[in-house]
Ligand binder design. Structure first.
Ligand SMILES: C[S@@+](CC[C@H](N)C(=O)[O-])C[C@H]1O[C@@H](n2cnc3c(N)ncnc32)[C@H](O)[C@@H]1O
Length: 270
């Protein structure tokens, strides 16, 4: 039996997701019904109402995390939008190579999903900096505990790593079984994972990062949420730092202090 979302339940779910995560579901009623139907009925609910009550009441946050994973996409892959890694390698890292021995650079993967993005950063850094890679710290965060757990485990199947150069697979993964590859400990140690909600104004660092990857997440947010987020991202960067967004995203309609460098790459100059 297919469950129908009542007007009242649709509105409260839409308002809850918008208020808590900035996720805009105003036009997504059919998507919500489609993506949640099976899971909600399998768990014994005969109506969306009590399920939504339980999600909102759950003190552990686990239910919300599952809901978010269902309603957004965690789609990602290693070296996605490869031009960004080339930009770092050819335009940013050569400058960092002149840093003194005590200097630390920080990169933040701000919607890291299941880890492919921060581990791609770690591989690119390891390739460019060899034994000096520990001077570059990678932080990675997401609102879905589910994907953060996958990221921390760092185990991927052959299909997921198939686009990586074979010598990188050799260097950075341990083959566990027939079709399982685990990120090597030294690469895992380069990435610190944590839960972080980009739509929550609390706990933002200021002037902290040299590079922020905030890719393929703004698409879920409405204009006001994007505006607020872009201001926080600006403040979180050190002067001279770069913001990298998804290649199909833009800051064009937002008022920000960023300088446009090239499509999807922006800089905080001062
Ligand atoms: C499509 S994935 C993008 C992954 C990676 N950045 C990439 O480009 O391949 C979007 C991720 O954004 C996360 N997300 C959605 N809303 C968020 C929020 N308010 N704060 C932090 N992460 C959020 C989702 O959980 C999901 O893992």
């Amino acid at each position: 039996m297919s469950l129908k979302l009542s007007d009242a339940d649709f509105f409260r779910l839409r308002d809850f997701m918008h208020a808590k995560f900035g996720i805009n579901l105003a036009e997504k009623r059919i998507l919500i019904e489609g993506r949640l139907n099976m899971m909600v009925s399998k768990r014994g609910y005969t109506d969306f109402g009590p399920y939504i009550d339980d999600v909102m009441r759950d003190p552990t946050g686990k239910e919300v995390s599952v809901l978010v994973s269902k309603l957004t996409t965690n789609f990602t892959f290693f070296l996605r939008e490869e031009g960004h890694y080339d930009f770092l390698t050819h335009k940013v890292f050569p400058v960092w190579k002149n840093d003194g021995p005590a200097s630390i650079r920080r990169i933040w993967s701000a919607a890291s999903s299941s880890g492919e993005e921060p581990y791609s950063l770690a591989m690119v850094i390891a390739n460019s900096f060899a034994n000096k890679a520990s001077r570059i710290k990678i932080e990675a965060s997401d609102i879905s505990q589910y994907v953060l757990d996958i990221a921390k485990a760092g185990v991927y199947n052959g299909e997921r790593i198939s686009k990586l150069p074979p010598d990188w697979v050799q260097r950075y993964f341990t083959k566990l079984g027939e079709d399982e590859y685990e990120i090597k400990p030294q690469l895992k140690a380069m990435v610190q994972y944590r839960y972080f909600n980009l739509n929550d104004p609390a706990h933002w660092a200021t002037r902290s990062y040299d590079v922020i990857f905030c890719r393929n997440v703004m698409i879920y947010f409405d204009q006001a949420t994007r505006q607020a987020l872009s201001e926080r991202l600006f403040d979180a960067l050190k002067p001279g730092g770069y913001l990298i967004i998804g290649m199909s995203e833009t800051l064009v309609n937002l008022k920000t202090g960023f300088k446009y460098i090239q499509p999807s790459v922006y800089r905080r100059e001062a």
